[in-house]
Design a protein around this ligand. Sequence first.
Ligand code: SF4
Ligand code: F3S
Ligand code: FES
Length: 248
Amino acid sequence: MSAKRTFRVWRGGGDDGELASYEVEVNEGEVVLDVLHRLQATQAPDLAVRWNCKAGKCGSCSMEINGRPRLSCMARMSTFADDEPITVTPMRTFPVVRDLVCDVSFNYQKAREIPSFTPREDAEPGSFRMRQQDVERSQEFRKCIECYLCQNVCHVVRDHEENKEAFSGPRYLMRVAELEMHPEDTADRRMAAQDDFGLGYCNITKCCTEVCPEHITITDNALIPLKERVADRRYDPLVWLGSTIGIR
Ligand code: SF4
Ligand code: F3S
Ligand code: FES
């Protein structure tokens, strides 16, 4: 069964764009990305939209659908009311290249700033032994498909370009947390989390966790434990005394 639906799609660059309205055919079982592809095939051949897997696994097709950050390949048309127009806009936190495609290089830059896994110098390959709960913690964080929906929704940078330099965003604070809690990582990442990656900007609104398509509990399992470790490091009087006289 097919029906015509109203799609309002952002066309143009970041500052000069506007919403263009289209009446487009929608068939049973389709997702928003299917309809955007039909628009490209029938009415808007130059519509720029990024996608790859169409299976919720590559993280490419992120956009905002009726104001909510989502993967367009996972947004079923059947979840919208029949008479509801569908408004599709690019992610708001990143500069728009054209139409629905953003420049997400902010995220690559933040990824590069995090020092990599630092094992003991005498660790032999294959000598690591980890408890199952440590393995499972890393595995949860490693489900990330780098869709950047969490980075896009976080209010610290969403309307505050000026915070981007000092704040790495939930995805990369989660990476710092993963390494900090890794039993074989020797680097002390707690001061850097606060001073270099902006953990203190996060006030635990949990919007990042809410939009994550991989259902990673970013706030409860990564950001809050990292904040607790930072508080131990900074405010424990014994740790403070030890670091002052140079023994910790
Ligand atoms: Fe996307 Fe979740 Fe990874 Fe954030 S943590 S980039 S929302 S998959
Ligand atoms: Fe932002 Fe997530 Fe913290 S949305 S404020 S990083 S809990
Ligand atoms: Fe790969 Fe949507 S196209 S996640």
